[in-house]
Ligand binder design. Structure first.
Ligand code: ADP
Length: 442
């Protein structure tokens, strides 16, 4: 008990004693002790009930009165008053914080929409949601988000919930020239946060970059072909002193042609959202890969093809051939003479399929693996150039696989070798047709 509480109790007991003593004295004076004492006790009880009633009323009406007096009732008043003041201060602080958060969300250049997860209705949105998504107060407050954001493909997207992939490039419902990137953040069990960002400028820049690279590559193609043609015509035997010079010039012009072709291939892939889909006869594709590997290796490696999957793939033949060809070419180029290369096509337990190129080559230090598919990223620039690499092969592979909903897995150990695996999902796997099996026969 606090000393102040003890003091209040003492005051109250003193007060009780004085009142009862007063009653006793009056009783003695009137020679009516018991009636006088009973009357005093009843008055005391009535007074306490009255204080209790006042307290209840104050609590019910949330009245704030400065406490007066020193008894236990006044002490209770004082404690209540303090609690009320603290509560008010806390409420003010919370309100200030809430206003600050709202101000931040309102000032954001991105549209922020708060959606109730169960009813999928809009609970709140910031100012940017008006120019970007066309939402308006009070019309859209409480509306189902799928209605309010039509024609955006919200229904299927929201159905994916926590696993919804961001929609990277969708037209705004207000202005189709505005391109938006949409993200869904399920930040609690009841609420979803929908974020929309204007990416028109970014996409325009990306288009400009893509067009620029494509145009430059295209423009370089013709002069390079001409130079290449003339260099082929020049005979080193006519001018023996030019021999080494001519062969170096031929080598470099071939390298430039390969670079331009790879850049054009990448630009073409980047410009597409989808590739034509056909049945890719894997037996004949594996046979072609083997022939190409043999030609490139020229007997320097042992090369094996293991067709364990006995299925075909649904996709774009030309592009898949280019991707697998790049992996095979890398395996030959980065494996020293006498090494072994295995091209294995196998099934996965989930129904998918994997085309893996194993080699017993130089291997790649783990630190390089995450960046290997970046354009012009090379572990060893000199080794890549010596073997005629452009630094774009794996970037092309990644793009082709991405357009097939497939992924590239790389595992490697320095001095032991590498495995580059193209992993296809079950929906890309088709039963093998009889004619494609025949094509595989040697
Ligand atoms: P490049 O034309 O230089 O081969 P790629 O994009 O095909 O370009 O490959 C990028 C880099 O990855 C290569 O420069 C090489 O360092 C490394 N690399 C690719 N495949 C292999 C492999 N099978 N073994 C070892 N290193 C490899």
């Amino acid at each position: 008990m606090l000393p102040i509480d003890r003091h209040a109790w003492l005051r109250t007991l003193l007060h009780l004693g004085l009142v009862l003593g007063g009653g006793l004295l009056v009783g003695l004076a009137l020679d009516q002790v018991w009636p006088a004492l009973t009357l005093t006790a009843l008055s005391l009880l009535a007074w306490h009930y009255w204080r209790l009633h006042r307290l209840l009323q104050r609590l019910a009406t949330r009245q704030r009165l400065k406490p007066q007096g020193t008894g236990v009732w006044s002490r209770l008043d004082a404690l209540l008053y303090r609690g009320q003041l603290e509560m008010r201060a806390r409420k003010r602080r919370l309100l200030a914080m809430l206003r600050a958060y709202r101000a931040v969300a309102t000032a954001l250049p991105d549209a922020v929409v708060l959606v109730d997860r169960n009813s999928q209705r809009i609970l709140w949105f910031n100012e940017a949601a008006t120019p970007l998504l066309g939402l308006r107060y009070p019309r859209d407050h409480g509306r189902p988000v799928t209605d309010a954001l039509q024609p955006l493909p919200m229904a299927s997207w929201l159905a994916a919930g926590r696993h919804a992939e961001p929609l990277e490039d969708v037209a705004s419902p207000v202005d189709p020239s505005l391109r938006l990137s949409l993200r869904l953040l399920p930040y609690s069990d009841e609420l979803w946060l929908l974020l929309a960002r204007d990416v028109s400028k970014l996409l325009r820049l990306e288009h400009m970059r893509r067009d620029f690279v494509a145009n430059v590559s295209h423009e370089l193609r013709t002069p390079l072909t001409v130079i290449h043609g003339y260099l082929e015509l020049l005979d080193g035997d006519d001018h023996p002193e030019w021999g080494p010079l001519l062969s170096e010039m031929r080598r470099q012009s071939q390298r430039m042609s390969r670079l331009v072709e790879d850049l054009l291939t990448l630009s073409r892939l980047e410009a597409r959202d989808q590739l034509p889909e056909e049945e890719v006869a894997m037996a004949s594709l594996l046979a072609t890969l083997r022939r190409e590997a043999d030609a490139l290796s020229n007997g320097r490696h042992r090369i094996r093809v293991e067709d364990e999957a006995q299925v075909d793939l649904r996709g774009a033949s030309k592009e898949l051939h280019s991707a697998f060809g790049n992996l095979v070419s890398n395996a030959v180029r980065y494996t020293p003479d006498g090494g072994e290369i295995v091209i294995r096509f196998s099934r996965l337990p989930d129904g998918g399929a994997v085309l893996a190129v194993h080699d017993t080559g130089y291997g790649i230090p783990a630190a390089h693996l995450p960046r290997l598919t970046e354009r012009f990223y090379r572990v060893s620039t000199s080794r890549s150039r010596e073997t005629g690499g452009t630094g774009l092969g794996l970037a092309i592979v990644k793009h082709v696989l991405g357009l097939h909903g497939a992924r590239l897995q790389i595992s490697s150990e320095v001095g032991v070798g590498s495995i580059f695996s193209c992993v296809f999902t079950a929906d890309r796997v088709l039963p093998r047709q009889a004619h494609s099996t025949e094509a595989a026969a040697p």
